[in-house]
Design a protein around this ligand. Sequence first.
Ligand SMILES: CC(=O)N[C@H](C=O)[C@@H](O)[C@H](O)[C@H](O)COP(=O)(O)O
Length: 229
Amino acid sequence: MSLLEQINEAIAARGGLIVSCQPVPGSPLDKPDIVAAMALAAEQAGAVAVRIEGLKNLQATRRMVSIPIIGIIKRDLPDSPVRITPFLEDVDALAQAGADIIAFDGTERPRPVPVKALLERIHSCQRVAMADCSSLQDGLYCQQLGAEIIGTTLSGYLTRETPEEPDLPLVSALRDRGCRVVAEGRFNSPPLAAQAMQHGAWAVTVGSAITRLEHICQWYREAMQKVAK
Ligand SMILES: CC(=O)N[C@H](C=O)[C@@H](O)[C@H](O)[C@H](O)COP(=O)(O)O
C-alpha cells in the first residue's frame, strides 16, 4: 500500500489531524527530545502524521514515532523571502533523516531553486511532496507539476497583515480543482479544523494551538486582560 493510501486509511479511522511540532524558536521547549516527545504524544492521541522542522528534531522524532513525518527545513535567506525547504540539499537531507513527506514553499516568489526542480528531487528521493501554498494560483501550479499534497500553509503570510481567521475559501477552491488539500495555518480551534474538513480538506495541520505554549498563553492573557477591571 502506498504512503498516501496508508494515510487515507488512518484518516478514515481516526480523522485527519496532523500535528505540527514546531516550538517557538528559542523557547525552553525548543529541543529535539521535547519535539520528539510532543510528536509521540500526538501519535498516541490519534494524529495521522506530524510536521517537524530541522534535521535534529526530525532524527529525534523518527526514533520515537511510526506515523508519517512531514519534514521541512526553514532558512532565513538574505536574497529571497522563501523560507521553507528552499534548496535541493535540504530535500536530500530531509529524506536521509527520515521524512516520509517533504514540504516546501510552493509560492511564486523569487527563489534560489525553481519549484519544478524541488519537486523532481523529492520524487527522485521517492518521497511524497507537499507544496506549501498561499493562493489558488500557487496550488494549481504545484498540482500541475506533480505535487501530491497542496497545503494552504502560506495563505495570509505574503502580505503585511496576517488575518486572524484561517483561509477556508482557499481550502474549498483548491478542493474544487481536484487538489488533495491539507488545511494549514491558523486552524486554532477544533471547530475551525472541523470546518476545514467540511470545506473539503483531506487533513488539517494544527501547530500553534497544540504545540506553541507561548502563543496559547498569549491568547489567554489577551482575552483576560480585555475584560479585566
Ligand atoms: C507561515 C509558516 O511559516 N508556517 C509554518 C510552517 O511550517 C509554521 O510556523 C506553522 O506553525 C504551521 O504552518 C502550522 O500553522 P499554525 O501554527 O497556524 O497552526
